[in-house]
Design a binder for this molecule. Structure first.
Ligand code: XMP
Length: 332
């Protein structure tokens, strides 16, 4: 279904930046009308990750066509603590969306077992995601459209050849749906403004960037369940402490990494041999370069204390002082 008119829509040169609730509301009203015209009485499928783009798309569609939207949330086991629960709470419980939750945790972890090459890990995660999503799509009848959270920078970057954007577009031949891309002319800050106007929680609207392969790239080398759990728990502590201490909206991206090596330590007077947790907190405009956040020392001490007492299998905490370049933001 390539070449459909809807996918040729471009951001008008003179379009006013959506910076106020009034402008966001005007965009919402217009999109709801357009979505109803495009979709009619047909069904739309959406891969809902819980990220701001797909969440805004889901909410617009729920407003426009209600339960003609079928949203699929695939839990690949590499999400942050509380994320799959939040998606279900917000969309199924509160917005009464037609949400299919797929617990694919074991399936992904089985596929990833013993795989240590970063590119191979990414390929497995991306490929398996498409497969799980396609399986769900095949179980459904009468789907005509596929909604995607494509945004304007995605289109500009693919045009410039910087990166290819597939989102869920890499679906097999038998699942070529017509595309619905209601936020394709928006910049990220505009998507957030629209998300706020739609009433989405701040924790979704102002979420820090999170890579598609999720915690998988923060568990360098071959992923194991227990090391992944350590990354997830340490990340939850870091996010909680940054929120409590006013750093949440200030620091661009912050997370933890648990590398695949152990070191000697002491716990309860006994020798222990456990992983370190690495904390990374960076600021950037465009993610091409990044500087390291100067986190107050006392806060680092407090976070360290919490991690070494609360996270199983961890006996050290390290801070990554490296800007990009030379280091990338993520570890893989
Ligand atoms: P790097 O590590 O390249 O990251 O300095 C730059 C920004 O991109 C995010 N990132 C990804 N996002 N899929 C994504 O959707 C990926 O595979 C991926 N790798 C990195 C990273 O979190 C940072 O914000």
């Amino acid at each position: 279904m390539e070449g459909k008119r809807m996918t040729d829509i471009r951001r008008p040169e003179n379009m006013e930046r959506i910076t106020t609730p009034e402008l966001a509301q005007a965009f919402i009203d217009e999109q709801v009308k357009l979505l109803r015209e495009q979709i009619g009485s047909d069904k739309v499928l959406l891969a809902l990750s819980g990220g701001v783009d797909s969440s805004v798309v889901a909410t617009l569609l729920i407003k426009a066509v209600g339960d003609q939207l079928v949203a699929v949330h695939v839990n690949h086991g590499l999400l942050r603590k509380g994320e799959p629960e939040q998606v279900q709470r917000v969309f199924r419980d509160e917005m009464k969306a037609n949400l299919i939750y797929v617990d694919a945790v074991d399936r992904f972890l089985d596929k990833l077992a013993g795989v240590s090459d970063p590119e191979q890990k990414r390929m497995i995660i991306g490929g398996e995601f498409i497969e799980v999503f396609a399986e769900e799509a095949r179980k459904l009848d009468g789907i005509k459209f596929l909604a995607q959270g494509t945004i304007w920078p995605d289109i500009l970057e693919s045009e410039k050849g910087i990166k290819a954007h597939h989102n869920a577009g890499g679906l097999p031949e038998d699942l070529r749906f017509e595309l619905v891309e209601p936020v394709r002319i928006l910049f990220k800050d505009e998507v957030r403004a629209v998300g706020s106007a739609l009433g989405l929680p701040d924790s979704m609207v102002y979420r820090q960037p999170f890579p598609g392969p999720g915690l998988g790239v923060r568990c360098p080398g071959a992923i194991t369940k227990d090391r992944l759990e350590a990354v997830r728990e340490a990340d939850a502590i870091l996010r909680e402490e940054f929120a409590k201490n006013g750093l949440e909206g200030k620091v661009w991206q912050y997370f933890t990494v648990v590398p695949d090596f152990k070191s000697t330590g002491i716990k309860d007077g006994e020798r222990c041999f456990e992983w370190p947790v690495i904390i990374r907190a960076v600021n950037t405009r465009d993610a091409m370069t990044a500087t390291v956040e100067n986190v107050p020392f006392e806060l680092m001490q407090h976070i360290t204390q919490r991690i070494i007492t609360e996270v199983k299998g961890v006996n050290r905490v390290l801070y990554d002082f490296t800007p990009k370049p030379t280091a990338t933001i993520e570890y893989e």
